[in-house]
Design a protein around this ligand. Structure first.
Ligand code: EPU
Length: 419
């Protein structure tokens, strides 16, 4: 088992380059199944969820060729099956995108019920409602989802809850459907827009992505032989922004889209940090202890749930008492018990947690309880006095490319050690 050994405290300084967005990449890869041709995807993050997605594509008959570290060519001209390897698909959340993609391509799909981070109940009723509205028969049994459709026909679908996954999945299933599909109360995250841009590059006709009404005019076929570059990762950029603030550092974050970070920038201003928009990079710095804040996580453009643990670390050492209210995932506060092992004073109950700011954290053995919790605990180790040993790195490797190299380049004393 690997662990990260981190010696703190360090004030992070320097430049870091952001990778392509995990949550766009894990939708774009299955979406290549919708075309009978060759796709070239650039700025694709080299992370374990991406590698799993590629392995599944290969098992379905696609040829996957890594042209460079962050550039992959996928040839989907010989798809031989719509039955995915259940043991692999049940390992990560985004495998649910195979249902929409395979329904669109083959009219049928069999996919293991998605795994991924344990953030509480993660229902997929809105995905199923979308597929059924388009004319598919969907069954969930024996740990898998089976979907079949003779023909998919466009319709109006109202999402009862704002869901990133269901919005993307319905887009995937409807690009080749007959007629027009309208998604009302759609999610608006940057990766929704990116997946729509990707599909439109292949010849789809999707309008309104980034607003809460998306219209998909079905087309007869999509065309291969294109190159697409994945949008920079909003959450990775936000993670380094909060790392700058918590460590009283000074970081220039390159290859990001500052407008996607407005919700994070606003909170950083509130807690006394500085942010400067440099066009395709962002400069974040402070030389003082963060101030207190009240944070409520919300769908985009609200403050992202995937940034909650990282701002939680900054608030754990804030001057004053803060409150975080989590409105998306019921089990997102598990990291607070780990931070308390490092001397934080956090009381989490249900959907809220109270952070009584302490002056310093101290190094301790801690466990990444999910992907973003893992990133947050790296920041905690960097700002803590002494040595932190961070376990359960599988969670972190699912979503952050070269994370310890990136933190090391900013001055962090961090090493991956095999036990
Ligand atoms: N929900 C339902 N029914 C559904 C779908 C969702 O009730 O059919 C509920 C969920 O239980 C949750 C809320 O709706 O309370 C939002 O869930 P959403 O569907 O938006 O989440 P997701 O698509 O499963 C994606 C990201 C998560 C991120 C959320 C929210 C991927 C692969 N995952 O999950 O990312 O937290 O959106 O922004 O895109 C992460 O990257 O660490 C991560 C967990």
């Amino acid at each position: 088992m690997d662990k990260l050994v981190i010696y703190g405290p360090t004030r992070l300084k320097g430049e870091v380059t952001i990778s392509g967005a995990k949550n766009a990449a894990v939708a774009i890869l299955p979406a290549t199944l919708l075309v009978n041709g060759i796709s070239i995807i650039e700025n694709i993050p080299n992370i374990s969820d991406v590698k799993l997605s590629c392995t599944i594509l290969e098992k379905l008959g696609a040829k996957v060729n890594w042209i460079a570290n962050n550039k992959v060519e996928i040839d989907t001209r010989n798809i031989t099956s719509s039955n995915t390897p259940l043991d692999i698909t049940s390992k990560f959340r985004a495998s649910y995108y195979l249902v929409g993609s395979l329904l669109g391509r083959c009219g049928s799909a069999e996919v293991g019920l998605p795994g991924g981070c344990n953030l509480g109940a993660r229902p997929i009723d809105q995905h199923i409602k979308g597929f059924e509205s388009l004319g598919a028969k969907v069954e969930v049994s024996q740990g898998k989802i089976t979907a079949k459709a003779k023909k998919l026909v466009g319709t109006s679908i109202y999402m009862d809850i704002v869901s990133v996954g269901a919005t993307i999945n319905v887009m995937l299933a409807s690009v080749l459907a007959e007629g027009t599909t309208t998604i009302d109360n759609a999610a608006k995250e940057p990766h929704i827009v990116d997946v729509a841009n990707f599909l439109n590059t292949m010849g789809a006709d999707i309008r309104g992505a980034g607003t809460d009404v998306i219209k998909i005019n079905g087309v007869k076929e999509l065309k291969g032989n294109y190159t697409y570059s994945v949008v920079p990762d909003q959450i990775e950029a936000g993670t380094f922004m909060l790392a700058a603030i918590a460590s009283r550092g000074d970081i220039v974050i390159k290859n990001c889209i500052p407008e996607h970070l407005d919700c994070i920038t606003a909170k950083i201003f509130e807690i006394g940090g500085n942010v400067e928009d440099l066009g395709d990079s962002i400069h974040v710095w402070t030389n003082k202890r963060p101030g207190r804040a009240i944070v409520k996580t919300l769908p985009y453009p609200g403050f992202p749930t995937d940034m909650q643990p990282q701002i939680g670390v900054a608030l754990s050492i804030a001057d004053g008492t803060s409150i975080i209210n989590e409105s998306i995932w019921e089990s997102r506060f598990q990291y607070t018990a780990e931070l308390n092992k490092m001397g934080a004073h956090i009381t989490a109950q249900g959907k809220s947690a109270v952070f009584e700011g302490v002056k310093n954290l101290t190094g301790a053995p801690v466990y990444a309880t999910d992907l973003r919790a893992g990133a947050a605990l790296i920041i905690a180790g960097i700002i803590a006095n002494g040595e932190t040993h961070l376990y359960n790195l599988d969670h972190i490797d699912r979503g952050y490319e070269n994370i310890e190299d990136k933190f090391r380049s900013l001055g962090a004393k961090i090493q991956r050690v095999s036990e």
